[in-house]
Design a protein around this ligand. Sequence first.
Ligand SMILES: [Mg+2]
Length: 359
Amino acid sequence: MQPTATRPEDRQVVHIDMDCFYAAIEIRERPELAGRPVAVGGRPGGRGVLTTCNYEARKYGCRSAMPAFKALERCPHLVILPVRFDLYRAESARIRRILLGYTELVEPLSLDEAYLDVSHRATPAGALAGEIRDRIRAETGLTASAGVAPNKMLAKIASDWRKPDGQFEIRPAEVAAFMESLPVRKIWGVGGKTAERLGEMGVETCGQLQGIGVGELHRRFGKFGVTLWELCRGVDRRGVNPDRERKSLSNERTFGSDLADIDQGQRELAALVGELAGDLAAKHTDRAVRSVFVKVKFADFQQTTAEQRCPGPQGEVFEALLEEAWMRGGGKAVRLIGAGVRFAPRPPDGGGQQLELFG
Ligand SMILES: [Mg+2]
């Protein structure tokens, strides 16, 4: 019998992250491309954004979520291939079956990433991670990197440390020393904005962040401040949840001064939609979009959301939704705009759904 949950203090988590997954699959299918800079994504004529680049392409500065034309400026001989989600989903399902052979506690983050809680296994987690990577390579011909740590945040950071085809372990006794010099933007949940605000406080590393009291963090960052106080010490209480599934993805912006003009609102919205499309292309290509929505918060903090069924982040649909939500304010100024998509539930076998991200 496997336990269904573990206590934070004796947890052992492995984060498996496939190395440039889509590109690696394509290169495996077309060995003549080995050694050449390869990207997946984009559309003919240098339009669209890239979803994955191999390491040869990254040497030229090409990155996922980068517009294809920009990548071609940096690397004119870049091979850009169309995405084949059916193939990637099938490969992901194969890998998931391998992972489930080690524990039932597998939490997929996307097609190419998952957390495993291996606390109940007798084999040390580091050895187990090595076994899993060998097995993935033997069965799929693809390489994976692994992070091993006492919690999810650290395991994910660790899997990035020896990429590609590498593995890194942070043992409980090493956590304190590891956190000391870790940049704050590596902390789970800390985005550009929070990192910037911490920078203004003179805080660049987790060690420096540890010098700030929980009261002050709460005052500045609200509830997340308290979590931050723990995370910067390497404490992350989130369990590995095999049933977790992201239901939506959104971006929002609060304006320095409220907007009274809807044209200005539309310009802000267009930027938010652009970021959203980039995030979708980079990280959520395995999910089908069911609807899109626009959230508006007015100067008096009342808020409203307009939503419409739609298979992808289409600019015109967002524009119409903003107009609808804006009108509901009856002329009130707007302090925040958000743009998002809601996903269709993932089918149990992880396949068979239509993907129309950029319809
Ligand atoms: Mg990956």
